[in-house]
Write a protein of this length. Structure first.
Length: 179
């Protein structure tokens, strides 16, 4: 299994200043944004990208305090297939890191979140067959077959904005980014 760098999610103090810097200076564009937690209105996550092949390369959550807390929520790596995500989850369990495994379905990706030995957040994911506006978060069971997870994903997300086959989703994403 090969892990390919995908994105980082950062806690920020001044979202508008960060968006201006990353947009005006570094050339990132907002690819999506929305409520991080429906129970916490006003707390949005903002996704940024420069490339149409990735929904986001960075994401910002305005939660970083002035106390110097870490700006990192997590680093993410993409793998080729659901079997790779599940194999890694098994390897983590076998090595004693299973207690913190958190499998999440974002509609457009099937992920497992966990922490390294020093507590840094990591995500390993593969694309699902669909695209859907983000953020989206639903738990999924690592024991599910790929076909069961496909059916569950379609059922859970089919009524969400912009739900469509992943190729169509990324074609529109590339168009919005001007590629």
């Amino acid at each position: 299994m090969t892990l390919r760098w995908s994105h980082a999610v950062l806690y920020v103090r001044d979202l508008e200043k960060m968006l201006s810097f990353y947009g005006d200076i570094l050339g990132f564009r907002i690819s999506d944004r929305g409520p991080l937690d429906p129970r916490n209105p006003g707390l949005d996550i903002t996704f940024l990208s420069q490339v149409g092949s990735d929904h986001h390369q960075l994401a910002f959550i305005p939660l970083r305090g002035a106390d110097g807390t870490t700006p990192l929520d997590h680093f993410a790596f993409r793998v080729d297939a659901l079997a790779d995500v599940k194999a890694l989850a098994g390897k983590l369990r076998d090595a004693g890191y299973g207690a913190g495994l958190n499998p999440l379905n974002h509609g457009n990706a099937w992920s497992v979140y966990f922490r390294d030995p020093e507590g840094n957040g990591l995500e390993v994911f593969c694309d699902s067959p669909w695209g859907v506006r983000q953020p989206q978060v639903k738990p999924w069971d690592l024991s599910m077959s790929e076909e069961e997870l496909r059916r569950q994903t379609e059922e859970q997300f089919k009524d969400e904005p912009d739900f469509r086959p992943i190729a169509e989703f990324y074609a529109e994403h590339r168009r919005r980014l001007g590629e």
